[in-house]
Design a protein around this ligand. Structure first.
Ligand code: PRP
Ligand code: 7HP
Length: 181
C-alpha cells in the first residue's frame, strides 16, 4: 500500500522484478567473468536495484556512486543534469558498469556516459532496470535492461515522485497522474 493518498497501480510486481534481476545478474556475471568490475550506481533512484543486483552477482565487484538530479519535484525533466555527488575513486583503466534505475529522456545517461568516457575506463557498459523509449530525446544505447515500460510516470523500487514512494517493493504508476504527456 502506498503510504499516501495517491492511488498507485502496480506495473511490475516484486516477483517480476526479482526474477528479471536474477537473469540480468547471470548475464552480467558471465560477461565479466575473470575481470574486475566497478559498478557505478546513479543516485538516488538506483539504490534498491543496485542492492538486489549485486546480491545476485556471482563475482567480486567494487561499488561507487554518482548522484544526479534533473527532475526536482516535477514529473518532467528540467533538461539540465546536475551532478549532486561525484565518484570517490578513479575509473581510469577499470571495467565500469553504470547502473541506472530508469532511462527516460536519456539526458542523464548521455551526460554520465560522456563524463565517464572522458575519464578513460578500460570499458564502459550501461545497465538500466527500466527503459521508457517513448520519451527519448537523445540517442543512447543500453547494454542490459530489465523492462521496457510505457510512457507513464512510474514510482517505487527507488523511484520517487516529490521524494515519495522510493520504498515501495514494486514499480507502480500513479493513477491520477496526467501531466506526463
Ligand atoms: C531520475 C532517474 C534517472 C533519471 C532518468 O533521476 O533516477 O537518473 O531521472 O531521467 P532522464 O532519462 O530523463 O534523464 P532524478 O533526476 O529524478 O534524481 P533521483 O534519482 O535522485 O530521484
Ligand atoms: C525520472 C523518473 N523518476 C520517476 N519516475 C519516472 O517515470 C521517471 N522518469 N524519469
Amino acid at each position: 500500500m502506498a503510504p499516501n493518498n495517491e492511488k498507485i497501480s502496480t506495473l511490475i510486481s516484486k516477483e517480476e522484478l526479482q526474477k528479471r534481476i536474477k537473469e540480468l545478474a547471470k548475464d552480467i556475471g558471465k560477461d565479466y567473468e575473470g575481470r574486475d568490475l566497478l559498478i557505478i550506481a546513479v543516485l538516488k533512484g538506483s539504490f534498491m536495484f543496485l542492492a538486489d543486483l549485486i546480491r545476485e552477482l556471482d563475482c567480486h565487484v567494487g561499488i561507487d556512486f554518482m548522484g544526479t538530479s534533473s527532475y526536482g519535484a516535477s514529473t518532467k525533466s528540467s533538461g539540465e543534469v546536475r551532478i549532486t555527488k561525484d565518484l570517490e575513486q578513479s575509473v581510469w583503466g577499470r571495467h565500469v558498469l553504470l547502473v541506472e534505475d530508469i532511462v527516460d529522456t536519456g539526458l542523464t545517461l548521455r551526460y554520465l556516459v560522456d563524463t565517464l568516457r572522458a575519464r578513460q575506463p578500460a570499458s564502459l557498459k550501461v545497465c538500466a532496470l527500466l527503459d521508457k523509449p517513448a520519451r527519448r530525446r537523445v540517442r543512447i544505447g543500453l547494454d542490459y535492461y530489465g523492462f521496457i515500460i510505457p510512457n507513464a510516470f512510474v514510482v517505487g523500487y527507488g523511484l520517487d515522485y516529490q521524494e515519495k514512494y522510493r520504498g515501495l517493493p514494486y514499480v507502480g504508476v500513479m493513477e491520477d497522474e496526467d501531466q506526463h504527456s
